[in-house]
Ligand binder design. Structure first.
Ligand code: ADP
Length: 149
């Protein structure tokens, strides 16, 4: 049984994230989605709980193969604790690549864990949580970017 740990802020979880999970299931038997919680940020735990709920609804059709959790601390430590074989990350563009390269390298050096990257589908390459948050702030309809359930 191969297991991947897909960690992120998911603030909010978008169709781009959902697509990575869906495609990841063609490679892995099980995926843990981990919402990273920064305990130093006021209200972070409450926000993460709300996100946990929303993401669980969005991935419920995958059944037991996808588990959603929240976690504090280092991603590679949590991945080991869960028994994950690797980390899963999405890449949209060269900006993502430069950032992800560094994180993946440090995670491998610290724990030996490898990171598997999936290139975003073209239709999701411009979808980002920060853009969705910005649109939401001004009351715009973001339904084309986020799961509807
Ligand atoms: P972070 O961990 O930097 O807070 P996010 O929570 O936004 O990142 O995203 C988690 C992972 O999903 C990252 O690997 C990110 O590159 C990837 N990702 C984000 N948006 C998309 C998208 N539209 N298509 C594919 N992958 C994405």
């Amino acid at each position: 049984m191969s297991t991947a740990f897909y960690a992120g802020s998911f603030d909010p979880f978008t169709l781009g994230h959902l697509s990575i999970v869906e495609r990841g299931l063609h490679i892995f038997d099980r995926i843990y989605i981990g919402i990273g919680v920064n305990i130093n940020k006021p209200g972070a735990e409450r926000d993460a709980l709300a996100r946990l709920d929303a993401i669980r609804k969005a991935v419920s059709h995958f059944g037991e193969k996808v588990q959603v959790i929240s976690y504090c601390g280092l991603t590679y430590v949590k991945a080991k604790e869960l028994g994950a074989d690797c980390l899963l990350r999405g890449l949209r563009n060269s900006g993502d690549f430069l950032y992800e390269q560094q994180i993946a390298d440090v995670n491998r050096q610290m724990s030996g864990i490898e990171t598997v990257f999936m290139i975003s589908l073209p239709e999701y390459a411009s979808v980002s949580s920060s853009v969705v948050r910005e649109l939401e702030r001004y009351g715009a309809d973001v339904s084309r970017f986020v799961p509807t359930k």
